[in-house]
Design a protein around this ligand. Structure first.
Ligand code: ATP
Length: 286
C-alpha cells in the first residue's frame, strides 16, 4: 500500500468553538492507482488533502491518526540506495514495520524532502499556487533543483510543460500570461516534474471549460503515479477513478470500487448523491 490513512481526526480552532473537520477518516491508496475523494462542500476534502502534506492552515490541528506513506524521497537515500539511517531510524517519529513513515508525525524538514519529490499537491485555485514574479519555467525548475540536484532542471521544466500540452516555449511566460486552463495545467506540470509516487489533486478541474477539463482528467488518468482526486463532482470522479471514498460531515461513509460504490452504495448519503447524479443534477450540490 502506498498510502494508508488511518483514523485521521482534524479540528480547527475558531473563535466560536472548535470545528471538527475530519473524524476517524480512513482511506488507502495502492501504488499507481487513482482514488476519488467525493464530498459536498464543507465535508472535509481539502482538510484531508492538506493534512497529508503538512499544509493545514494555522488554525488546523491533527488531533489523531496516521497517514502511513511508503515512498522514500531521493534526499533520504544513502550511497547504496537504502534510506539514510538518520531519517528512517529517527525515533522521534513512528516508522511502521514495513518501512512506511507517518506523514502526520514527520518533522517539517523531512516533509519538505517528500513534497514534490514523492507526494505533490495540486491545490485548489491554480493562480494562488504560482508566484507572479517568476516565469512558470523557473518555478518548476526550482522544485526540480531542490530534489534532483544533478538534473538539467530547465530542460525538465520545459519537457514537463510539453507533457501537459503546453508548448515548452511557454516556460518563459509569467503566470499572468497564461489562460486559466494553462495555469491549471502548469500547476499539474509542477506536480509531475519530480515524478512523485502520489499526486493529491484538489478540485483540479473546477472553473475549467469542458475541453480543458477533459484534457486535465486525461493527464491525471495517464499517470504512473497514484492519484488522490478530490472533487464534489461525481461525474468527474466516475470517469477517472478506479476506487472512490465518500466523505460526509468529516467522516468516510463509504469506500470501494467505483463500480460498486455507484452501483450498490451502502450508505444512504452515497445513494442520495448517486441519485442526484443520475437525475442530472450534478454540480448543484454545493
Ligand atoms: N481555517 C479554518 N478555520 C475554521 N474552520 C475551517 C477552516 N478551514 C476549513 N474549516 C471548516 O472545516 C470543514 C471542512 O472544510 P474543508 O475546506 O476541508 O471542506 P471541503 O469539503 O474541502 O469543502 P469545499 O469543497 O467547499 O472546499 C468546514 O466546516 C469548514 O468550514
Amino acid at each position: 500500500m502506498l498510502l494508508d490513512i488511518d483514523s485521521l481526526t482534524v479540528r480547527y480552532r475558531a473563535l466560536d468553538g472548535d470545528v471538527h473537520a475530519l473524524t476517524d477518516a480512513s482511506l488507502a491508496i495502492e501504488r499507481g492507482r487513482t482514488v476519488g475523494l467525493l464530498g459536498e462542500s464543507g465535508s472535509g476534502k481539502t482538510t484531508l488533502a492538506r493534512a497529508l502534506v503538512g499544509l493545514l492552515s494555522e488554525a488546523g490541528e491533527v488531533v489523531d491518526g496516521h497517514a502511513w506513506f511508503d515512498a522514500v524521497p531521493p534526499a533520504w537515500a544513502g550511497a547504496n540506495g537504502t534510506p539514510r539511517p538518520n531519517v528512517l531510524a529517527d525515533e522521534a517519529y513512528p516508522v511502521r514495520d514495513d518501512g512506511a513513515t507517518d506523514l502526520l508525525a514527520l518533522p517539517e524538514a523531512h516533509l519538505r524532502d517528500l513534497r514534490w519529490a514523492e507526494i505533490a499537491l495540486v491545490p485548489q485555485r491554480a493562480m494562488g499556487a504560482l508566484d507572479p514574479a517568476y516565469t512558470v519555467g523557473e518555478q518548476i525548475a526550482e522544485a526540480v533543483r531542490r530534489h534532483e540536484p544533478g538534473v538539467d532542471a530547465d530542460r525538465r521544466a520545459r519537457d514537463t510543460l510539453a507533457r501537459v500540452g503546453i508548448g515548452a516555449a511557454r516556460a518563459d511566460d509569467h503566470p499572468h500570461e497564461l489562460s486559466g486552463g494553462e495555469r491549471q495545467r502548469t500547476v499539474l506540470a509542477m506536480a509531475l516534474a519530480c515524478d512523485p509516487a502520489l499526486i493529491v489533486a484538489d478540485e483540479p478541474t473546477t472553473g475549467l471549460d469542458a475541453v480543458v477539463r477533459d484534457r486535465v482528467l486525461d493527464d491525471l488518468a495517464a499517470l504512473d503515479a497514484a492519484v488522490l482526486l478530490v472533487s464534489h463532482d461525481l461525474a468527474v470522479l466516475a470517469e477517472t477513478c478506479e476506487r472512490l471514498a465518500v466523505l460526509h460531515d468529516g467522516r468516510v461513509v463509504e469506500t470501494g470500487s467505483t463500480e460498486t460504490v455507484l452501483g450498490d452504495p451502502t450508505s444512504a448519503h452515497t445513494a442520495a448523491l448517486c441519485d442526484a447524479w443520475r437525475a442530472g443534477t450534478e454540480g448543484t450540490w454545493d
